[in-house]
Every structure is written in structure tokens, then in C-alpha cells.
Design a protein around this ligand. Structure first.
Ligand code: SF4
Ligand code: SF4
Length: 153
């Protein structure tokens, strides 16, 4: 579900603009408040929801089921370091989920410019930059040829 901004809560800090991987959170030049310029292009990653200090961003239910009476609300609690989601179904049932806003401290992830440039050899690899160490694993999982089976029909 794409996001939208409660303009009365937004203070125009721009954190959502900086973090949005789809570059669709923009600051309105007249109101100086953020808005999602293209909900259809939203990755639904909710990075903006997690980054907003004003709790001003919420998820918009899809038009095919939102009118049927469900709701999804999100609450970011900076002091607790948590983000919680409340789903309410149209038959009245409710589900609540709570998780850390993030699992690493703010500013603890090095920027690419802090790291050694990749070697010539690394450019020939299928691994992305800083994999697998950045994933906290020794090796990326991969299928071996004996795990691939041809199914004849
Ligand atoms: Fe951008 Fe992700 Fe927020 Fe969508 S959910 S507006 S892609 S940061
Ligand atoms: Fe507004 Fe929140 Fe975006 Fe800051 S992060 S500009 S308060 S919506």
C-alpha cells in the first residue's frame, strides 16, 4: 500500500525525501510540506514511515479493499525505537505488530565513500558491493548443479 502525508503533522524536515528509494517524496514549494508525488511508483518499503520524526506518514489502503471497511494504521515511537502496525479487518478482528524501527544504530552504517573501492576482480563477480559481509554471512546461498533437476513432461 503506498504512503501519503498528513500535511498538518509534517514540518517539512525532508527526511522522507532523502530516504525514499523511488524519489517520489517531494516537498511542496508553496506549502513546504512533503507529499507523495506518484503513489503508483511507491515501492511500499515504508522507509519514509520509519524515518518521519513527526509520525506524519501513513499507508493508504488499496481502493479495491479499503472501502470494504478495513484499516491499516502505523505508529512510529522514537523513544521506544519501535514501529507498530494495527490492521483492522471488516469483521472487527484486529492484528497488531510491533518491530524495531531499525536493527542498527543511526549513522552506524558506513557510506560507500568510507569503504575501499572494489577491486578489478570484484567487478567480474555476481555479488553486489560489500556482499556477503554486509549481509553478515560468509557466503551467499547458491544452488549446485546436482540440485537442479530437469522435469520431463
Ligand atoms: Fe518512498 Fe518507500 Fe515511502 Fe514509498 S514507502 S514513498 S518508496 S520511502
Ligand atoms: Fe514531513 Fe515527515 Fe517527511 Fe519530515 S519526514 S518532511 S515531517 S513527512
Amino acid at each position: 500500500m503506498p504512503t501519503f502525508v498528513y500535511m498538518t503533522s509534517c514540518d517539512g524536515c525532508g527526511h522522507c525525501v532523502d530516504i525514499c528509494p523511488s524519489d517520489i517524496m517531494h516537498i511542496d514549494k508553496i506549502t513546504r510540506r512533503a507529499y507523495n508525488i506518484e503513489p503508483n511508483m511507491c515501492w511500499e518499503c515504508y522507509s519514509c514511515v520509519k524515518a518521519c520524526p513527526q509520525n506524519a506518514i501513513d499507508a493508504r489502503g488499496y481502493a479495491d479493499f479499503a472501502p470494504l471497511g478495513h484499516s491499516v494504521r502505523v505508529l512510529r515511537e522514537e523513544t521506544k525505537g519501535t514501529i507498530s502496525w494495527r490492521l483492522r479487518f471488516r469483521d472487527g478482528r484486529e492484528k497488531n505488530f510491533e518491530s524495531p524501527i531499525r536493527t542498527t544504530g543511526w549513522g552506524t552504517i558506513p557510506s560507500p565513500s568510507d569503504l575501499e573501492p572494489p577491486s578489478e576482480e570484484a567487478f567480474k563477480s555476481q555479488e553486489l558491493a560489500h556482499e556477503p559481509t554486509a549481509l553478515n554471512i560468509d557466503k551467499l546461498p547458491a544452488l549446485t548443479p546436482d540440485q537442479l533437476k530437469q522435469v520431463l513432461v
